[in-house]
Write a protein that binds this ligand. Structure first.
Ligand SMILES: [Zn+2]
Length: 255
């Protein structure tokens, strides 16, 4: 079995517009903290060290994460939209389908592209498939342009996948929709409210999750025949949860 990491690190990065703060508490300081209730300090511990600790401040959309229906709006298909901790875990373990749409285009991924790529790889979608979309945007991870330069997925292409039973769609870019400046351009050029986060807001009509900020999708080395595991952290009542997304390839299938 080979496990391929598809996650970016959770770390302060120019690619994260909301600062990520990680305060590292050293083993020595950890000894003082641990010993304090008992009136001890670090001198009581072997090598004057106990256990380390980190205090972290970040958003639920930091790093590789899964967006839940509750992120897109309070209501989905007429019901209260479910939060990340309420979704079936079966959604997040399933057969992976990798669509290679790193075409150099600056337009959102279209239905025609999805159909053509599914035909090229000879795959018919089944309910429970986890579709991963490679756009090459993760090459910008670590730079501010990661936040602004990517394709995104169109509303129609999102609906196409969800209507075929796909519950989880992942992408290797900052966001699932087009970058903000492009949505704003479409809005001001007459697109109106439909131009703003159209794929996200499709999630008010039908339940689906999106994984944002995947990386290393080309490292999977195949379009199908692998399992995706992307279980989100059980952040109670939240619209998203961080995940360590991986692809699993069986040993006998490895080159
Ligand atoms: Zn998100």
């Amino acid at each position: 079995m080979r496990v391929i990491d598809l996650s970016v690190p959770v770390e302060p990065s120019p690619s994260e517009p909301v600062p990520v703060e990680i305060d590292f508490v050293s083993h020595a300081d950890g000894a003082d903290i641990l010993g304090k209730p008992a009136g001890l300090d670090r001198t009581a511990f072997p090598n004057q060290m106990a256990v380390s600790l980190e205090h972290v401040r970040l958003t639920s959309h930091t790093g590789t994460h899964v967006d839940a229906p509750a992120h897109y709006g309070p209501i989905c298909a007429g019901e209260r939209a479910r939060t990340i901790d309420e979704l079936p875990l079966e959604w997040f373990v399933g057969p992976g389908v990798l669509l290679d749409l790193d075409t150099g285009s600056e337009d959102v991924v279209s239905v025609a592209e999805v159909e053509a790529e599914l035909q090229r790889i000879g795959h018919q979608l089944s309910p429970g498939d986890i579709v991963l979309i490679n756009t090459g945007a993760d090459a910008r991870w670590g730079s501010p342009s990661y936040f602004t330069d990517f394709r995104g997925v169109g509303r129609d292409a999102t609906a196409y996948l969800v209507e075929r039973g796909v519950k989880v769609i992942g992408i290797d870019s900052f966001g699932f929709d087009a970058p903000f400046h492009r949505m704003l351009r479409d809005y001001t050029e007459g697109g109106g409210p439909a131009a703003l986060w159209p794929a996200h807001l499709y999630g008010r009509e039908r339940e689906y999750c999106q994984i944002e900020r995947l990386t290393n999708l080309t490292g999977i080395g195949r379009s199908t025949g692998f399992t995706v595991v992307c279980l989100p952290v059980k952040l109670a009542g939240a619209g998203a949860g961080w995940c360590r997304a991986v692809a699993i390839v069986d040993e006998q299938d490895c080159p």
